[in-house]
Write a protein that binds this ligand. Structure first.
Ligand code: ADP
Ligand code: ZN
Length: 602
């Protein structure tokens, strides 16, 4: 008798329950329906075609644009005992022939194919010869000419429908905006497909945005508070900062490696491989890094510099926690970031309209940074998704920020900017406000101004916070051509005339210096300290197994499985099988080895 989707989920993949719409999608596709699946990263898209592939006759053909992802998926499926293979440019001719022979004899359940190869005559002829269970088109937004991942070969995928009528097709993407969705449906001829939309939210990612003081020390404190030994990405704007930050982290016992476009291709590949294949590597990178990397157990993404827009922020932070286990998105930002980014926009080759758009995008991001309410609500609202309750898993929800009545302070700041001629940056204006009679201030005779010293009762760091927030709210602007000098805006007037009240966020006081003695390894986010030693031993065991097979460690078991193993310490096959992510095949292959580690530690 044919097993049910639920039985396959349990036996092959080792999971007890479907998530979200998985079951509905699987049933629809098993019943030969076409589907367009929009699900956030980490939502569990793969099972939506992998389980139908096992339940329907023939081989499922999966179109996937990235070779590394294809390899990962196939490695992971084989570990679970599924007969999977891929066809792409990394194979020798003999290997291609062997895989084609397997497909012809019905010895494959899933065949991953690069899009340009699928449309080649050789592959199409192969597909004519075999029974096809379904077509899965992964990363379906690659068909959109407006997105940044556009792949011209994807446009040709509409012929699948004509050439193989009756074979169900399922297109999957994490890009949920309505125009892209329509474009996918149109270009892939999926107008009649049932659409399954699961929204944008990444509930396992915790968002934290802090005002920048000493960004590196702040980063260190963040990492020491639970991410030692974890894999993560630290984004910086410049190559030099990437190099320096990586070195600085290495001196503090992190396995940190740089990655930027100025490095040789070999060196970049080496560092990327280390990140994927070893545990606990921190990549310090410019935004050149991340595309096409599908490492599931990235536990944090940190920004030392501001991204360009909310879209970039969401995409970059989205690389954390694809395995759905808790992950952090952490960012430090300050006024100088705004100046740098504005300068980059102004100095670019883009036309005026484009520049205005970029400035608006940056402003929207600043709004997110200075928010005093739930970050997730605002993020999702930015993508058109409404959410009524605060999330409980962002910094503002966890520790609601204090605000203070800052109307008078803002008036002082604005008039001081005005009186000094709108020609200076925040540092200088703060000196005048605080009554610091430096040579420079005296040289400009600004110690004679009525605003000299009117803000002496407020600390320089609070003033910086005031200026940052005024800029973020458009009540003051940074003039890029004037080397970052501050200028008033239309909106400044209402504040100066006392026509509106202003409540600003009070920055949390600087935390004390981190303690010097540090634990050698990290406490994984969800694991109690009493299980740490066993977890480390299990991880070592996993690393050895992965190395001997030439696969990434997460293909053997995900962190969630190891954590559950460390907590529950199963000593029988039955209890081992009950761990999440342990199917029949993995039980057979690995239970004895890992249970030995557990027994040794007892
Ligand atoms: P996506 O492709 O949508 O980013 P994946 O298919 O890679 O997501 O799944 C994300 C993670 O969630 C993987 O680690 C996967 O094993 C896990 N997962 C998927 N479905 C389930 C489920 N029903 N129960 C438990 N874990 C699941
Ligand atoms: Zn929140």
């Amino acid at each position: 008798m044919q097993p049910t989707p639920h039985e396959v989920l349990d036996r092959v993949f080792g999971y007890g329950a479907f998530r979200g719409q998985q079951e509905a999608i699987i049933e629809h596709v098993v019943g030969a329906g076409d589907a367009l699946v929009v699900m956030p990263t980490g939502g569990g898209k793969s099972l939506c075609y992998q389980i139908p592939a096992l339940l329907r006759d023939g081989v499922a053909v999966v179109v996937s644009p990235l070779i590394a992802l294809m390899q990962d998926q196939v490695d992971a499926l084989r570990q679970a005992g599924v007969r999977a293979a891929y066809l792409n440019s990394t194979l020798t001719f003999a290997e291609v022939q062997a895989i084609e022979a397997d497909a012809r004899t019905g010895a494959l359940d899933l065949l991953y194919v690069a899009p340009e190869r699928l449309m080649g005559e050789r592959t199409l002829a192969l597909l004519d010869d075999v029974r096809i269970a379904l077509f899965a088109i992964d990363e379906a937004h690659c068909v959109s000419q407006w997105g940044h991942d556009f792949r011209p070969e994807y446009l040709q995928l509409s012929v699948l429908h004509e050439r193989f009528p009756g074979v169900p097709r399922v297109a999957l993407t994490a890009t949920a905006d309505a125009p892209t969705r329509r474009e996918i449906a149109e270009r892939l001829g999926l107008g009649d497909a049932r659409v399954f939309i699961s929204g944008f939210d990444r509930p396992n990612i915790r968002y934290t945005i802090v005002p920048k003081r000493n960004a590196r020390e702040q980063l260190l404190r963040f990492l020491d508070a639970g991410h030692r030994g974890h894999a993560g990405i630290v984004y910086c704007l410049s190559r030099r900062k990437v190099e320096e930050t990586a070195r600085w982290l290495r001196e503090r016992d992190f396995h940190a490696l740089p990655y930027h476009a100025g490095m040789s291709a070999d060196e970049r590949r080496l560092h990327q491989d280390a990140f994927v294949h070893e545990d606990g590597v921190v990549i310090v990178a410019t935004i050149a890094f991340g595309m096409g990397i599908d490492k599931p157990d990235v536990r944090f993404v940190a920004h030392l510099d501001l991204p360009k827009s909310i879209e970039s922020y969401y995409q970059e932070t989205g690389r954390a926690g694809r395995d759905a286990a808790p992950a952090d998105a952490w960012m430090a930002y300050g006024l100088s970031d705004v100046v740098t980014l504005r300068q980059m926009v102004e100095g670019s080759e883009a036309d005026e309209q484009r520049k205005r758009l970029e400035v608006r995008k940056l402003d929207a991001l600043l709004g997110l940074c200075e928010l005093t309410t739930c970050r997730r609500q605002t993020l999702l609202a930015h993508f058109g998704e409404e959410r009524t309750d605060p999330c409980g898993n962002c910094d503002n929800c966890i520790a609601p920020p204090e605000t203070w009545e800052a109307t008078e302070a803002a008036q002082k700041a604005l008039s001081c900017v005005y009186r000094t001629g709108q020609r200076f940056g925040a540092g200088y204006v703060i000196d005048v406000l605080r009554g610091k009679g430096s040579d420079r201030v005296r040289g400009f005779r600004h110690h004679r101004l009525s605003t000299f010293g009117i803000g002496a009762d407020i600390s320089a760091s609070t003033w910086r916070s005031v200026f940052r927030q005024l800029v973020a709210r458009g009540l003051m602007r940074v003039d890029v051509e004037g080397f970052g000098s501050l200028k008033l805006t239309e909106a400044s007037r209402a504040v100066l005339r006392g026509e509106c009240e202003l409540h600003l966020r009070r920055d949390a006081p600087a935390a004390r210096k981190p303690r010097r003695e540090r634990p050698a390894r990290a406490a994984p986010t969800a694991l109690g300290p009493e299980h740490q030693a066993l977890f480390d031993a299990l991880r070592d065991c996993r690393r050895e197994l992965a190395r001997s097979q030439g696969v990434p460690p997460y293909v053997i078991f995900h962190d969630v499985t190891l954590e559950a193993m460390a907590e529950q310490q199963p000593r029988t096959l039955e209890s081992f099988a009950a761990l999440p992510g342990v199917g029949e095949k993995k039980l057979e292959r690995y239970a004895a080895t890992f249970m030995e580690v557990i027994a040794d530690q007892a």
